[in-house]
Design a protein around this ligand. Structure first.
Ligand SMILES: C[S@@+](CC[C@H](N)C(=O)[O-])C[C@H]1O[C@@H](n2cnc3c(N)ncnc32)[C@H](O)[C@@H]1O
Length: 190
């Protein structure tokens, strides 16, 4: 923690005030300046109080579209997207999530409808939403409706997954030492 600008009776009071600011949607930078705390402090506080690392505590999202507008599969080895992508439930609120354009392109390029995709670093579930969307998208040729399955385990030991049952792994590992995804979770690699 860096120097505090507002004096609070206790650390707990300070933390409650910061969480309240987060609920109002005040950006971390502003909170940091007002309370004299750094990004890591805010991040750890949110992770501890919410159980996961998200940017905005007041999360609601009106879904305007289930699919990206004018989507075109990437054709070269350099992928670049004008926006990060906010269709379906996607948003940047979960820190360190990836743009949905990435799993969308990976799944389209490296799997066929009906194949099983594994993301063993599921995070906020971007890949799961994309796998599902892609199957819905292909309703005429592949009418099966796929529901993503969420299993809680440790990516370092995939004993819960049957051998040779996965067709594609599409996963973004934790950014070591950069984002504190979880607090006191055994096996957490962040
Ligand atoms: C870079 S994030 C993945 C973000 C995800 N692609 C998304 O779009 O939301 C890495 C995730 O791996 C999780 N993680 C860390 N250690 C893990 C472990 N041993 N097993 C499974 N997941 C782990 C973290 O909690 C975090 O949610």
């Amino acid at each position: 923690m860096t120097k505090q600008k507002i004096i609070y009776k206790s650390e707990r009071e300070l933390q409650e005030a910061i969480l309240e600011e987060k609920r109002k949607g005040i950006p971390d930078l502003e909170i940091g300046k007002k309370y004299g705390v750094n990004f890591k402090y805010i991040e750890r506080l949110i992770t501890r109080s919410q159980g996961l690392n998200i940017s905005n505590l007041k999360i609601y999202k009106k879904i305007n579209s289930l699919y990206p507008k004018d989507f075109r599969e990437e054709k070269t080895t350099v992928w670049s997207f004008k926006q990060r992508g906010n269709w379906a439930t996607h948003s940047g609120e979960y820190r360190g999530n990836w743009s949905p354009y990435i799993p969308r392109n990976v799944i389209l390029k490296y799997s066929k409808p009906g194949e099983l995709v594994l993301d063993y670093f599921c995070g906020a579930g971007t890949t799961a939403v994309e796998s599902q969307q892609l199957t819905f998208n292909d309703e005429e040729t592949h009418p099966q409706i796929y529901e993503p399955q969420v299993l809680i385990s440790d990516a370092r030991d995939l004993y819960i997954i049957e051998d040779n049952s996965i067709d594609l792994i599409c996963a973004l590992p934790p950014n070591a030492g950069i984002i504190n995804y979880s607090s006191k979770v055994e096996g957490g690699l962040s």
